[in-house]
Design a protein around this ligand. Structure first.
Ligand code: GDP
Length: 192
């Protein structure tokens, strides 16, 4: 894992891959405070550390996972640092993204509404074959739950998305999230 500075030029070629080693750009979207940074840090560093933010402009963290068929998938994870709220910048983040992870907080109906806004944005401006995941985070806070899992399941199904509930705090379903995304990626043909 590395915290390299990509710069906007790198957005253009952030999706090249061969058949066995995929490299994919992944963008995270969702309300501030839903746990996007914590999900990334849990996945990349195996830690829950709310004080260390990865959100530094156009930089990213990367993490490679191996699938059972010996394919490797290198995720280049872009955290938008909240800059996506400036409408003019948002398409720069989506461009070239093979994966979008839209996160809400299961204790916050507002964040679920905001997630639906991001899904519509991606449907308008994202690449047509983008793999989209809907993530209900903070699943450990079940006593404060205000968004039923069924609402997430139904919304995701209607919009052709993969759905999962996670906890960056307990690590529940964090690796599964990225493994399931990896399985859904379109594979380049071996000759290309
Ligand atoms: P971001 O703004 O979406 O990147 O959100 P952060 O990753 O900074 O997290 C916001 C707050 O939510 C922090 O105070 C975290 O401690 C808390 N948080 C993040 N993930 C979880 C989780 O899975 N469970 C609980 N209980 N708190 C979480």
């Amino acid at each position: 894992s590395s915290g390299q500075s990509g710069g906007l030029n790198n957005l253009e070629n952030a999706g090249s891959s061969d058949a066995k080693n995929l490299r994919v750009k992944l963008v995270l979207l969702g309300d501030s405070g839903v746990g996007k940074s914590c999900i990334v840090l849990r996945f990349v560093r195996g830690q829950f550390d709310p004080t260390s933010k990865v959100t530094v402009g156009a930089s990213f963290l990367s993490q490679t996972i191996a699938l059972q068929d010996s394919t490797t998938v290198k995720f280049e994870i872009w955290d938008t640092a909240g800059q996506e709220r400036y409408a003019a910048l948002a398409p720069l983040y989506y461009r070239g993204a093979a994966v979008a992870v839209v996160v809400y907080d299961i204790t916050s109906p507002d964040s679920f509404n905001k997630a639906q806004y991001w899904v519509k944005e991606l449907q308008k401006h994202g690449s047509p074959d983008i793999v989209m995941a809907l993530v209900g985070n903070k699943a450990d806070l079940h006593e404060k739950r205000e968004v039923p899992a069924q609402d997430g399941i139904e919304y995701a199904e209607k919009n052709g998305m993969f759905f999962i509930e996670t906890s960056a705090k307990t690590a529940d379903n964090i690796n599964q999230l990225f493994e399931e995304i990896a399985k859904r990626l379109p594979r380049p043909s071996p000759s290309s």
